[in-house]
Design a protein around this ligand. Structure first.
Ligand code: MG
Length: 253
């Protein structure tokens, strides 16, 4: 009886430990709240104010080679890659804030503690992606953000180049088709895959951990999937509902 009780206590301890390990990343910042907008400075500040692990944002390159923050290839009818930074930064986001550059984002992040989860979007050419990585790494060095930044991308070219040029910065691949072993061979930190990939291949999370990889997953907005993925032991969860996930993790016994 005593042994069973002890075993139960140990199991509870490990279950609690495993669950409390899932860290929250706000997808495009904490935008789904009053006064905020996707990829805005406000969304970064609000993510930080939740005390969560990280705030994700999307990086593209303007026609005149300036790194700007925007998810889609275009905004309000302007194609980012074919528009100057002057025009782009004169455009307003949905919360009336101007479209930020990466420098604006890095400046705003100075007093914050949330990690900067930088997604480099797939750009028009590999050369453009290589240029963006070079500029990003210059800025990371200038701002001394080496320990505050993580890098994610759907572009395998970008991932491989980041791993090669900045092996100490965590790097996660987004597309979902590579196995844990293949990711290990590339040398990245791990997968950041759509949650359906993990629900179809739940063993991948364990395999990643056995290989020393970390696991992030996107974009998990419903309690049911949040609970499933916490139980599967993901290290990070990227969500449009960071306060919901935070409450859920706090309630989890
Ligand atoms: Mg993104």
């Amino acid at each position: 009886m005593h042994l069973r009780k002890t075993a139960l206590l140990i199991m509870t301890f490990y279950a609690t430990f495993a669950m409390s390990q899932t860290k929250i990343i706000a997808h495009r910042g904490y935008w789904d709240t009053k006064g905020s907008a996707q990829n805005s400075i406000t969304a970064l500040l609000k993510a930080d104010s939740l005390g969560i692990y990280g705030s994700e944002f999307d990086v593209r390159v303007s026609k005149d080679s300036v790194l700007v923050i925007n998810h889609d290839p275009g905004i309000w009818g302007h194609n980012v890659a074919h528009t100057s930074a002057k025009v782009l930064t004169s455009l307003k986001l949905k919360n009336k804030e101007p479209l930020p550059t990466l420098i604006d984002y890095f400046e705003a992040a100075r007093p914050l503690s949330t990690k900067l989860i930088l997604e480099l979007k797939e750009l028009e050419s590999q050369e453009m992606e290589s240029y963006a990585i070079e500029k990003i790494l210059e800025l990371v060095k200038e701002y001394q953000y080496e320990d505050r930044i993580e890098f994610i991308s759907f572009s395998l070219h970008a991932i491989k180049e980041m791993v090669q040029k900045a092996p100490d910065i965590p790097t996660y691949y987004l597309k979902g088709e590579l196995s844990p072993q293949e990711l290990k061979e590339i040398g990245c930190t791990g997968p950041d895959y759509h949650y359906n990939v993990f629900l179809k291949n739940p063993n991948w999370i364990r395999e990643c951990h056995e290989l020393g990889l970390k696991v992030n997953t996107w974009t998990v907005n419903k309690e049911k999937e949040m609970k499933q993925l916490i139980e599967l032991g993901v290290d990070f969860m990227t969500t449009d509902k960071p306060s919901l996930l935070r409450d859920l993790l706090e309630k989890t016994p």
